[in-house]
Design a protein. Structure first.
Length: 369
């Protein structure tokens, strides 16, 4: 009963706001509506334990593996070692899984999650949630733990490629734009109803190759850059966050031993990790994991020039998904230089889905359009 009264009161406040002519009164009513919303019962999301005390697997590179279209299964599996292609096992307590459809926003099911990252400021896992069917789909930034989901706010578009920087800013690629969500704005948006548009800045991307399916944010010299590889490893997108300068760079792909791989591995690379400012990209169809080297890139030129190098360092799973990790973590193993390419071992997919606590968040004000 209390929840119904709060939602109804907030809706009444929203309606009254449209009737008042005094801007200050409308502002006060909106603030009161937000204050009421903050007192409601919202999920308290558990922090991601980057220390490994609650499970060493949480310090590993994490691979979000999504199920076949329509089943909504999301599996969060640790990569035990790139170089051996070894993955964790959910049944053994390494990782977790849930059905996206167990969560909904105002009665509309979440059909998938993607584009995840751990916020270094609050140690919470954030992802992009796809809400509703494809014809009327909307997209939200959500917080996730092993059993719960909290809606943070509405995104301007769909994204499969997103990452946090070390200072807690969140970046997401959506079609032909790069969106920046500043850490202070995210903290403020957490105190607003989840049907509120998130505060962001947008940058139009240069025309070029097909967009990357995941990104990382690296410190390159004195610059902070968002980087991602296009499908088929054809080009590397580099965006200087401060200057907004951007470039599509040529990419050379090599084996451990320095031999050029030609033709290049085909397909999408949907999982990326950033350990100690070192980027790794993983193929969706078992192409392997590649480390990025920028020694041949000149960022002092505007736009940047040169050739980036991607070196095969390990095996990858045959699965669409995403990659994320603790930004203050270490890789946990050294990348050796074997005389042959690593064996690509596949993890066992479709582990039993762990039971979840269903979460429903009602919205105050008008429904999403």
């Amino acid at each position: 009963m209390a929840r119904l009264l709060v939602v109804g009161f907030a809706s009444a406040l929203s309606a009254r706001t449209h009737e008042v002519s005094d801007v200050s009164e409308a502002t006060q009513l909106l603030a009161l509506s937000h204050s009421i919303w903050r007192t409601r019962d919202v999920p308290v999301i558990g922090r991601w334990d980057c220390t490994g005390v609650s499970g060493e697997w949480k310090t590993k590179p994490m691979h979000l593996q999504v199920g076949s279209a329509g089943d909504g299964v999301a599996q969060f599996i640790p990569v035990v070692n790139f170089t051996t292609g070894e993955y964790g096992n959910i049944s053994a307590g390494e990782g977790f899984s849930f059905r996206a459809k167990d969560f909904n926003l105002n009665g509309v099911e979440v059909v998938a999650v993607n584009a995840c990252g751990i916020n270094p400021n609050d140690s919470i896992l954030y992802c992009v949630a796809f809400v509703g069917n494809e014809d009327e789909q909307t997209y939200y930034l959500v917080q996730i733990d092993e059993t719960q989901m909290r809606f943070v706010g509405r995104l301007p578009g769909r994204s499969f490629a997103a990452a946090f920087s070390a200072d807690g800013d969140f970046y997401a690629l959506s079609q032909d734009k790069l969106y920046t969500f500043r850490a202070d704005d995210l903290a403020a948006d957490l105190n607003k109803p989840p049907d509120t548009d998130l505060t962001c800045e947008s940058l139009d991307l240069l025309p070029g190759d097909a967009r990357p399916h995941d990104i990382v944010v690296l410190n390159v010299g004195e610059a902070k850059c968002a980087v991602g590889v296009s499908p088929n490893l054809d080009k590397l997108l580099v965006v200087d966050i401060a200057t907004k300068e951007q470039a599509w760079l040529e990419v050379e792909v090599k084996t451990f031993n320095g031999e050029v791989i030609a033709p290049k591995p085909q397909g999408k690379f949907g999982a990326a990790w950033n350990f100690e400012n070192q980027a790794f990209f993983s193929g969706n169809t078992g192409q392997g994991v590649f480390s990025l080297e920028l020694d041949g890139v000149n960022l002092s030129q505007v736009p940047a020039t040169g050739t980036a190098t991607l070196t095969l360092v390990g095996g990858s799973a045959e699965s669409k998904g995403d990659g994320f990790n603790c930004l203050n973590g270490t890789l946990g193993w050294s990348v050796p230089e074997p005389v042959q390419q690593p064996v690509l071992q596949q993890p066992v997919l479709q582990q039993p889905v762990l039971p979840v606590q269903k979460a429903v968040q009602q919205l105050s004000g008008e429904p999403c359009k």
